[in-house]
Design a binder for this molecule. Sequence first.
Ligand code: ARG
Length: 464
Amino acid sequence: MDYNQTQNPIWGNRFSSTPDEVMIKINGSIDFDQKMYSQDIAGSRAHVKMLHAVGILSLEDSITINDGLNTILLEIESGAFSFSGTLEDIHMNIETRLAELIGPTAGRLHTARSRNDQVALDFRLWVRDHIDYTSKQLKQLIRILLEKAENHVDTIMPGFTHLQPGQPITFGHHCMAYVEMFSRDLSRMKDARERMNECPLGSAALAGTSFPIDRSMTAKNLGFREATRNSLDSVADRDFALEFLSAATICCTHLSRLGEEIVIWSTPQFSFIRLSDKFSTGSSIMPQKRNPDAAELVRGKVGRVTGSLIGLITVMKGLPLTYSKDMQEDKEGLFDAAQTLDLCLTAMSAMIDDMEVNVQAMYTSAGISYSTATDLADWLVRDSGMSFRDAHHVTGQVVALAETKSCELAELSLRELKSICSFINSDVFSVLSVESSVSSRKSFGGTAPENVRQQIAYWKSQLK
Ligand code: ARG
């Protein structure tokens, strides 16, 4: 980065001394906002096209400017462009280079716009592009989860509350819970995109412009639904960034929960899954270790994404209309959050794809700790007309008896069961297995394999 303390070529004329070294340092954003170079150039192109269409810019000038912008795009993409720290940001770096390339005509590009609407546009375009990218990644993760679910609609595992065994479920059903969560994330991204899809360019510094511009044309050319309706709001609004960060934070929270489950499932105590060597790390001292570092990092990285959300909310709170330089703080956190979300989604998709499911361990674990006690209580209600509360008490006594005898519910004799409740007959044994428990949960949204198959089919059709 070139940090020569020269006068700024764009406004330097008004100033008698060059900026202080620390001023350049605190004021500059080029180190991070150069990421938006293609959005900046796309915005300028659309602006030039419109300026020509409404008669503000001659055909010749518009061609000259466009050619210059094309050259700059190539220079940046090939790494030949030299960014200057003195020129503060991507907008002035590009405009200054344009002047070097095409001379004074470059000065016509900034007619009827300001850096305030320019940055509002560039950042919006960047976030919009990234939402499209994130949506593709989310769909990929959902596809991988659907495939796992499909392979394991009949794989019985314990369902937990308080991380204590509750009722048997299937691993397919568990995967589908995450399909629901990531589908909501996808729809949050879609909502945010729809709301942000308005073009701020042409709002100029804050009040609009006296030039007869056609903002709808610019909006259309950049793929926006329409132009924003209030010039003040256009340059002061960063809701689109906050909405992306909110959606990203919620998505990372989901990823973090799944990361935690992978950590738990892969412990030797659970042994529900095994990650291959590709997704395990060893220990420098304990030779036997296989650590699920990627899952732990996905669990942990939600912290920095949440941090970016809180950071930007805090920056925006209390800012008077319209633009204030504080708002330049919108980018680094969001770029970091976007990169983090990208990494976490990629890593999670890869881990889910990689994991080997230990069907036997899940099955064995599903039956322990009287996980079908609810099925016994439900049976009493159905079979003897008892109220659920009474059935709950009776079942509690049955569990206590099994506990003192250190046996499973199904291992108690009919005589022992009858000693607690005379209504009980031998039919009860048919509901005590984990298989019958799972297949009986046929209420809409329940874990029965036939339900889960329907849910898989539903989400597959939604993804198309
Ligand atoms: N680099 C600035 C930012 O990111 C661009 C807008 C500057 N506008 C201004 N009035 N100084 O916010």
